[in-house]
Structure formats: C-alpha cells, structure tokens
Write a protein that binds this ligand. Structure first.
Ligand SMILES: Cc1cc2nc3c(=O)[nH]c(=O)nc-3n(C[C@H](O)[C@H](O)[C@H](O)COP(=O)(O)OP(=O)(O)OC[C@H]3O[C@@H](n4cnc5c(N)ncnc54)[C@H](O)[C@@H]3O)c2cc1C
Ligand SMILES: Cc1cc2nc3c(=O)[nH]c(=O)nc-3n(C[C@H](O)[C@H](O)[C@H](O)COP(=O)(O)O)c2cc1C
Length: 768
C-alpha cells in the first residue's frame, strides 16, 4: 500500500528509514523534516562493527558501499593510565564522520526521490498532520514528539552522573585511545578515535565533582576547550581541540547522558525510531547502529505483504526492543564503570586496562584471547606473578590463594548449599558423598551447607547441625575424607534460621511452614517472613547471649572436627541478617535503628567466634549486599560499610551474596548479577571478596578474577549437576597442574584430548 510518510529528523534514523521505505516500494511518498540547515550537525565520528556494515550492505548495497569506502579502520586500543600505556590489539573498529554519514544518506535519499526539508520544525500535535499516514519520530534523544505523547509511550528517562563533551581534533590517533589524567581537581579522561584521514573524535568525561572543581560550570566554551587542551596536551601533539556546537553557551556544551527506555514505541500513527525510542551510552558506541537497524526493521515490517499495521508495529517493537535491551544492559555496565572509575585507579595499569576492556561484560576473557593472544597471555602471566610470585601462562582461576595460613589450590569454591538430607542435624552418607565428590572434583574450597547452631536454629528438620557430639563425629568423617582424598579445603558455614526457621525441605515448598510439628521461632523483630509464616518472637538480651554461646560452641566443635575455615552466615534474612536489614529489624533499642545498632549483635557474635577460632585459620562472613528494596533496605553502598565492620572484627573474606532478606524483594537477575557488589566491596573497601550468583562458566570466572572483581568465585547450582566442574575446566584448558584423584587421571587425559580436538575442528571451520 502506498503510504504518505513524514520522518521527523534528518539524523541517521530519519534518513535511513526514508531510504529503506523507498527501496521497498518507490510508490511511497516520503518526506524528511530536519530543523537544522543541511550540513549542520553535532558530534564528530561514530563507530560501527563489521556486523552493522553487513546489515547496511544487505539493506542497500549502494549506500552501504559508499559508507564502507569512507571508513577508517583500526585494531588497537591504548589505555593510558598512571604514565603507562597498555596496548591491546584485534579489536577491529570502523569509524566514519557523522557529517559524512549524513551527507551520504541525504544524497542517497534524494536519489530515491525522498523530499528533504531542512530548517523545518513542526508541531508535535498529531492533529497538525491530517493528510499523513505515518509520522515517524526520529527526532533524537530530546524528542519533542515523544515528550508530547509521553503518557502513551511509557517513557523512562534516567540521567547519568558524569559530564561529557563531544569534541574533535585534527590529531589522528592510530588506536582507540582512552587517556586518564589526574588533575588537582580530580580525574578526567578522554575517549578518542580517528574517523577520517585528518580528524578524530575526542570525548572528554569526568565526574560532576571534578567538573565543578575544574570550573567547567562557570567558564565559556572556548576557555573550557583551552583547559582540556592543556590537560590532554601530551596526547594532542600541539593540535587543537574543536567544537561544532558553537551555538551552545558556557557550560551547556557539557552533557549528562540520558538513558531512555520506552515501554511502547508507537501510538496512533506516530512511531518512535532511533534515539527517540531508546539510547545507549556513547562508551559502547552503538547509538547509530541501533538507529540504522531500527530503520531497516521498521521498513521491512511495514512493507511485508499480508502483515497488518498493528501486527507490523508489534513485531517491530518486539524484535528491536530485545536487541536494545541487550545493548542497554551492556551500556549500563559500561556507564557505571566510568562513573565508579575511582575504584580502579589503584590497580596496576595491566589490570586497569583489563577491567576497562571487560567493563560491559560483553567481552570475555576468551574473547580477548581471540583478539590478542599475546597480550592476554602476558596479562595472565602478570596475574600469576602477582598472585604467586611466579609468572605462568595459565587461567587465573587455577592460581592459588592464601587466607591467613590456609592456601587454597585454586579460586573455585563450592558455594554453601542446604541439602535438607540430615536427620536430627547429623550429616550422613549423603553429605559424605556429596561434599566428598565435590572436593574430589577439584574445587579449591568446599563449603558445607548452612549448619545450624541449635535445633530451633534449623531452617528445616533436614538441616545439618553442630550442637552435639554425634554431629561432631559425623562431620569428622566428612573432613577426614576431604583431607585424605583431595586437595580441597573445607569451610563450615554456621547459621541460625531465625524467623525463616521451622519450614519445609526446599523441594516441598521454599520457606513454607511445616505441615505439622512447627517449633517456635525468634528473630530481631516480630515481622513474619510472609503471611503464611510464624510470627517470630523478638529476641531478648538473654536469647542473644544464648545464641552467641551456641555459635561459639559450634566454632569450637568445628575446630575439633578439623575444618580449615569457618563462615558466619549473616545473609538471606536468617537470624543475623534479620538484625542487619532494616526491612526486618524494627527494634527501638540499641540493636535497631541505624546501621551501627543493627550490626551490634551480628558483630558481637562474629567477634566471639573469632576469639574461639585459631588465629592462623581464616573466617568469612556471608552478607546480603543488596536487599533489592531501594533506599528502604540495605543498599550496595551500605554493604561496603557492613563489610568494613566485619573486616575490623577479623573477617578475612567477605562472601558477597544478595537478597532473600524480605519476601517482596525485586531482584534484578541476570548473568553475574551479584558480582558488581563483590567488585564494589573489594575495590572500594579494599577487602578480599568472594563473588557468587549465576556464574556458570570458566570464561566468566577468569574475567571476574583478572579484572579484580573478586578473589574467589563460588558456584552453587553448577556444582549440583557437575561435581567435577573444576576438573572439566582444567581439561578444557589442558591445565596439567590441577590435582586430579589418581584413579581419575585416565578420564582427565581423555577429556583434555576431546576438548583439544573440538577446538581444532572449530578453528578449521573458522578458517574455512
Ligand atoms: C558523545 C557522543 C558520542 C557518540 N558516539 C557514538 C558512536 O561512536 N557510535 C554510535 O553509533 N553512536 C554514537 N553516539 C550516539 C549517536 O549519536 C546517536 O545514537 C544517533 O545519532 C541516533 O540517531 P538518531 O537519528 O536517532 O538521532 P539524531 O542523530 O540525534 O538525529 C535527530 C535529528 O532530529 C533533528 N530534530 C530534532 N527535533 C526535531 C524537530 N522537532 N523537527 C525536525 N528535526 C528535529 C535533530 O536536529 C537531529 O538532526 C554518540 C552520542 C554522543 C552524545
Ligand atoms: C539448593 C541450594 C541450597 C542453598 N543453600 C544455601 C546455604 O545453605 N547457605 C547459603 O549461604 N546459601 C545457600 N544457597 C545459595 C548459594 O550458595 C548461592 O549463593 C546461590 O545459589 C547463587 O549461586 P548460583 O547461581 O551459583 O547457584 C543455596 C542455593 C541452592 C541452589
């Protein structure tokens, strides 16, 4: 069907949708309205990936080829930090000037009979567009059309913290350059890349505080540029920095990135496209790509025979939104990295660069190896050198780690997991086989499940305990087996269920009260976990004394039982966690209210345990670093203070979990979803941490460790189905120094050969 279409905005999205509509049906009448004059635009260069170029070629080979001919290509990334430059290669970028791109697209659009009206701005009121079939709002990040109809689009705007300015320079960089400079006012950095023979983009970014302290909020654009030229003089070789935003006065040239999400992308005959519909932070360089790919998809669905308008638009949004969400997720990680960069500035340059390169979590350890094997191997060697005093080219996950006098053979940990298989708290053959198999499976450290310090401190009747001799000798059997049949160390996790106790075994209803035989429970306050659960009795001081003594007694038994390490469980809403989280702790005495008060009892217990545990053996604490309740609950910022308080009380490792502290929490799940909290605690408080939560493969583990986001990595569910997770990883890496139970050596050799063959086949396929 022939359509009369108005495209608002002559940016990449508006021009490319006009082209794409005309290519599919020349009968469409397509007009582009751009408020600026031709050739007047903000910004300098934009970067693309090879995939985007392929998409452009498939959609319109003519403009695709002209664009491809204009590209500047480069492979290297330079990270300048603390006077050093870390160069890695194989990154394969393509850049083009925004002005050139728009010129090519405008020429191509005219060739296809699109009418472009420059210096024309229209009213966003749809009543002003009576004769038009479609109005496509491609009017950019500040879209007036989106704002005028915001209630129909479900617009969510988030303004990010840092300030940036988009400048250009005739200095041509031969690598994508990140330059971090320390000034008396704070850190400031540039993202620079060449996009033409004689021109580079030069984006300057800093925190809001540094921006104020440098006086950028008070000076005119020319002065600001002169100051940037001075700060970055050593990178510019005497070349100037240039602005093409001369119309902006004073500080207005500095922007704060606005992340836009829209629940719906169309309303009536109005359709959102490109930045008007969504934005992706400039540090992952994907805004133009998204705009162009939106345009292709929209034109495709609108011209598909037999597809009604409503179905077409639903498909447009569903498919593009998925792509956008993926990118926005990476973009958020990348944005946050730059917003919290202070955390990483104490890293050695190699680690700082690694952390920068993997910031979005889109680029993994093995991906870096594919890009630049030499650089990655050097990075691995340095990791080993710093970790062990000996350089070695091997996966970082196999590097040993020392806590007090306990050394674990590698960084993999079997996370604590309740098996609900004990009778009267006594571990049995199930626990022996379960923990024994995982120890033989190669992990450096194996945690017991939450082992309860008293009968009423159990979560369920199936929980293990440590309050009597029968339990002690059963635990001795487990630790003896682990020590004599593996190289693993074993950590006893001690806990008390509090208000989440007296519930069923996990697979019969998580956190649901027992069908019969419930025992009374206590907690910090009397709020029940859920309407189905018992109302706990608020603990008295005498209860606290009892519980503290029970923890200490359990620690002493743990020592007799031969455990290498003890962890206090203060996470997930159980007793000690019920004191820490304000969502459960409603006390008005010295154990409730501010954080210091809420921590008082858990710290008292921890200190007493520490006293009972030998000075040469380590202790850790598991915390919930985020209640997933915004400011109402424990926030990641508060988690840093919590971690610091436990470290002062003698914790050697912070086991960083999150959530499960109140029933209505809204966790944001995803790959590695809790690792950012470990990163924050480790690098802000400078403490050893263990990351956990949806970490499933060795590549992720290596990236977490090499980027300094954790010191140990715990895996729970992956170990449920694969006790040999670590041995499998060693076979995959053909790592010969991993200890293997001698009778299993044949299996390891075979698995390593199979992995090797598989890799060779993949390489041959890639070559072909
Ligand atoms: C510092 C910085 C660096 C970036 N780097 C990259 C990069 O490397 N790679 C990348 O892909 N992307 C990058 N981007 C993002 C990229 O610029 C945008 O994502 C892209 O331009 C979006 O295209 P668009 O057509 O949707 O919007 P725009 O390019 O913003 O175009 C919108 C157009 O609409 C016009 N307009 C607005 N309102 C009206 C109106 N009412 N009537 C008529 N016309 C109107 C505007 O003048 C403008 O020309 C960067 C962005 C910034 C800020
Ligand atoms: C079956 C099961 C039982 C668990 N029991 C405990 C426990 O006893 N103590 C504890 O601190 N965490 C417990 N957890 C949480 C895990 O240790 C881990 O933090 C969580 O599963 C996220 O890691 P994953 O994504 O690798 O599974 C348990 C998890 C599972 C799956």
């Amino acid at each position: 069907m022939r359509l009369k279409i108005a495209c608002i905005g002559g940016g990449p999205a508006g021009l490319y949708v006009a082209i794409s509509m005309k290519l599919r049906d020349p009968r469409h009448e397509v007009h582009v309205f751009e408020r600026n004059a031709e050739g007047v635009t903000f910004g300098w260069g934009v970067v693309f990936s090879d995939q985007t170029v392929e998409n452009l070629m498939a959609n319109d080979p003519i403009s695709g080829q002209i664009i491809a001919d204009e590209f500047a290509h480069w492979d290297d990334i330079d990270v300048h930090i603390q006077g050093a430059c870390v160069r890695s290669s194989g990154h394969g970028f393509i850049g083009i000037g925004r002005k050139q791109l728009l010129e090519i697209l405008a020429n191509r659009a005219r060739e296809l009979d699109v009418e472009i009206h420059y210096e024309t701005e229209f009213d966003p009121d749809l009543a002003a567009w009576p004769g038009w079939d479609l109005v496509i709002a491609a009017d950019g990040i500040n879209s007036r059309f989106r704002e005028a109809h915001a209630e129909h689009f479900g617009v969510d705007v988030q303004e990010r913290a840092n300030r940036f300015v988009w400048l250009g320079t005739p200095k041509t960089f031969d690598a994508f350059t990140f330059a971090f400079e320390k000034t008396e006012a704070g850190w400031i950095w540039a993202h620079a890349y060449r996009f033409a023979e004689d021109c580079s983009t030069f984006i300057v970014e800093c925190s809001e505080d540094t921006w104020h302290r440098l006086g950028f909020d008070r000076i005119e654009q020319a002065e600001a540029i002169a100051l940037c030229e001075k700060i970055f003089a050593k990178y510019l070789d005497g070349q100037p920095l240039l602005s093409n935003a001369a119309h902006l006065q004073g500080p207005a040239v500095w922007l704060k990135f606005r992340r836009i999400i829209c629940e719906r992308w169309h309303y009536d005959k109005l359709i959102l496209l490109g930045d008007a519909a969504h934005t992706a932070h400039f540090s992952i360089g994907s805004g133009t790509k998204l705009a162009l790919e939106d345009a292709i998809k929209l034109a495709e669905v609108l011209n598909r025979p037999g597809l009604g308008r409503a179905e077409a638009l639903a498909e447009y949004q569903a498919e593009r939104n998925l792509e956008v969400l993926k990118l926005q997720n990476s973009a958020r990680n990348s944005t946050e990295w730059f917003e919290t960069v202070e955390r990483y500035l104490h890293f050695e340059p190699w680690q700082f660069a690694y952390s920068l390169l993997t910031r979005s979590q889109r680029i993994s350890h093995e991906n870096l190896r594919l890009r630049d094997r030499g650089w990655l191997e050097e990075t691995e060697r340095t990791f080993w050198q710093e970790a062990t005093g000996k350089a070695k080219t091997a996966w970082p996950m196999f590097a040993p780690f020392k806590l007090r006098e306990m050394e674990v053979q590698n960084r993999i940990v079997v996370s604590p997991m309740a098996m609900y298989s004990a009778v009267d708290g006594v571990p049995n053959d199930f626990h022996l086989v379960h923990l024994g198999a995982r120890a033989q499976g190669g992990a450096g450290l194996v945690f017991t499940e939450m082992t309860c310090v008293s009968p009423e401190g159990r979560i369920s009747p199936g929980c293990t305990g440590m309050w009597n001799d029968e339990q002690l000798s059963a635990w001795c059997r487990v630790t003896d087996f682990v020590h004599s049949n593996s190289k693993a160390k074993i950590c006893l996790q001690l806990g008390h269920s509090g208000g989440k106790g007296s519930t069923r075994v996990g697979w019969e209803g998580d956190n649901m009260p027992l069908v019969e035989g419930n025992w009374p429970v206590f907690a910090a306050s009397d709020a029940p976990w859920s309407p189905e659960n018992q109302q706990p009795r608020p603990m008295t001081r005498s209860d606290m004394d009892d519980v503290r003594s029970q923890f200490v007694a359990a620690v002493r038994m743990g020592l007799k039982a031969g455990f290498d390490m003890v962890e206090m469980h203060a996470a997930h809403g159980y007793l000690l966690s019920s004191f820490i989280t304000p969502l459960q702790n409603k006390r008005t005495d010295e154990y409730g209210g501010n954080l210091e008060n809420r921590l008082r009892f858990p710290l008292e217990v921890f200190a007493a345990m520490r006293e009972a545990w030998p000075a040469d053996r380590p202790m850790s604490v598991r915390i919930s670093a985020n209640d997933w309740a915004g400011e109402e609950g424990v926030t990641p910022d508060e988690a840093v203070l919590i971690a610091e308080a436990f470290a002062r009380a003698g914790a050697d490792l912070i086991d960083v979990s999150a959530g499960q502290t109140w029933a209505d929490a809204q966790p944001v799940y995803g790959r590695l979803f809790q690792t950012p909290f470990s990163d924050k605690i480790r690098n802000q408080a400078k403490l050893a941490t263990m990351a956990v939560g949806n970490i499933t493969d060795p590549d992720q583990v290596n990236a977490i460790l090499t980027a300094g986001r954790a010191d140990l990595v715990a895996l729970a569910r992956p170990h449920l189905v694969d006790p040999m997770w670590t041995l499998r990883a060693a076979a995959m890496a053909n790592y010969r120094d991993q200890w293997v139970p001698p009778p299993y050596l044949g299996g390891m050799a075979q698995m390593a050969r199979l992995f090797e063959r598989e890799a060779e086949l993949r390489a041959a396929e890639l070559k072909a």
